[in-house]
Design a protein around this ligand. Structure first.
Ligand SMILES: Nc1ncnc2c1ncn2[C@@H]1O[C@H](COP(=O)(O)OP(=O)(O)OP(=O)(O)O)[C@@H](O)[C@H]1O
Length: 255
């Protein structure tokens, strides 16, 4: 099946430095793909490159049948919902109006109704009328996720969607993303929690120093040797009640 999003051998520079040096992944309908890697590995840059937001010096980024950079912003917005890592919102608008921004193709009450449902889905239905500047960080993060869930696109890309959320909310959010994939959408999600990545993703892509270094079923991609060389972990996978669980300790101090 062809990909909703495909990054192939991507190279990209930021501030004169080569940040991506061979990043590749594909997201197909019906699957959750987790992008994992240490801080600074290039996950956010790869996500932005895949969506056509960062230009490539080599390689290709495609959204469906089209090269991402050749699509207009609107066309990209129709193909992909995107939750960036940066959770700032400039205007102190009510949550329901912020979430409704994800439904620009709907108007008035229809957009607000979809926004209310999405806020409910991520557990902040009681905050619909609250200004987003008057919320905790985790509540605001959920509002932005609701906005992404409101977008009627076949692909959902979420950059660290569970950062700063409590354990219950982390599971709730990943369940919602999993449900989107089970309903036929493609989901790309960057995650630092490797156990949750293994539990919710169909495939894991490991990025290290701007390169894809492993890709496959979660516990295969996150093999003991990758956990050691990329993540600096001495780790084994245990079979827990709800799926694989990583028991890990640091291998050695960095630097
Ligand atoms: N504008 C910039 N100029 C130069 N280097 C940059 C710029 N933006 C990011 N970088 C560098 O690019 C590298 C990749 O950053 P990126 O945000 O893609 O990593 P990441 O894997 O998402 O990290 P994290 O897990 O910490 O969010 C980092 O080393 C970062 O310092």
């Amino acid at each position: 099946m062809s990909g909703l999003l495909e990054l192939e051998n991507a190279h990209a520079r930021l501030g004169g430095v080569e940040i991506l040096k061979g990043a590749s992944f594909v997201v197909r309908p019906g699957e959750v793909v987790a992008l994992c890697g240490p801080n600074g590995a290039g996950k956010s840059t790869a996500v932005r490159a895949a969506l056509g937001l960062t230009p490539l010096t080599q390689g290709t980024a495609r959204l469906g049948d089209h090269e991402a950079r050749r699509l207009s912003e609107r066309q990209r917005g129709e193909r992909a919902a995107y939750l960036p890592q940066d959770r700032s919102i400039a205007w102190n608008l009510p949550a329901v109006e912020v979430a409704a921004l994800g439904a620009p193709f709907l108007t008035g009450e229809a957009a607000l109704e979809r926004a209310r449902a999405a806020l409910d889905e991520v557990g902040v239905g009681h905050l619909v009328d609250r200004g987003v500047a008057d919320m905790s960080g985790g509540e605001r993060a959920r509002v932005l996720l609701a906005r992404a869930l409101t977008v009627p696109a076949p692909l959902l890309v979420a950059d660290e969607p569970i950062a700063g959320l409590d354990p219950d909310a982390q599971l709730l959010v990943l369940e919602r993303l999993r449900a989107r994939a089970d309903a036929g959408r493609g989901v790309l999600v960057s995650l630092h929690d490797l156990s949750l990545a293994a539990r919710f993703a169909d495939r894991v892509v490991v990025l290290d120093q701007g390169r894809t270094t492993a890709e496959g079923a979660p516990t295969e991609a996150l093999s003991p040797s990758i956990l050691k060389t990329v993540f600096n972990l001495d780790a084994v996978w245990l079979e827990a009640l709800d799926g694989p669980w990583l028991a890990a300790r640091r291998l050695s101090p960095h630097g």
